[in-house]
Design a protein. Structure first.
Length: 181
């Protein structure tokens, strides 16, 4: 039971102190879950993030459930998911009761402008950190550049890009294994 409370509180803290959505939680996942607690490796985190990109639902919750499951099975996944959403639900209920009255105040509007800038920096920081562990060789660099080009210059469906990238990974892996034999 202590382990599940520990999982719940860890994800509740991440959920409570992260503003801006799932991607801004990546640095906290990396620092708290990987570096401090050692529950999973950086590679596992990257794998979980990749899988959760393809799943329906809330990215941060899905990632939390996978991490919690790896730590404590089904009950760990449930504890992590509940921990991630409970602070948000509470905060949203509090804000919803006041937002209509506060949204016209210039100081509140300026605060949200500052928060948006901070969130952008957090997302960029997370991307840079993940890139360091994702781009490990020339094929992964080539894939990165292709995906950037396709997403920036076309309206190609993201789901198909993710599927194609997965196929690319399988093909590269098979080619490497064929060379080793």
């Amino acid at each position: 039971m202590r382990e599940f409370i520990k999982i719940y509180l860890t994800f509740a803290r991440i959920g409570a102190f992260t503003i801006g959505g799932g991607y801004t939680m990546i640095p906290l996942f990396s620092r708290d879950i990987v570096e401090k607690k050692g529950w999973i490796s950086e590679t596992e985190l990257l794998d979980y993030i990749s899988v959760c990109q393809c799943l329906p639902g809330i990215f941060a919750v899905n990632t939390s459930v996978l991490i919690g499951h790896s730590r404590g099975g089904r009950a760990g996944g449930i504890a992590a998911g509940l921990g991630m959403v409970s602070p948000s639900v509470l905060i949203i209920l509090i804000i919803a009761s006041f937002i209509a009255n506060l949204s016209d105040i210039p100081a509140v509007q300026h605060a949200f402008s500052g928060i948006r800038v901070c969130v952008c920096v957090l997302v960029i920081n997370a991307v840079v950190k993940l890139l360091k562990s994702a781009i490990v060789d020339k094929p992964s660099l080539a894939l990165y550049l292709i995906v950037i080009a396709v997403t920036v210059f076309t309206t190609f469906p993201v789901a198909l890009i993710v599927i194609a990238a997965g196929i690319w990974g399988i093909v590269i892996s098979e080619l490497r294994n064929g060379r080793k034999k």
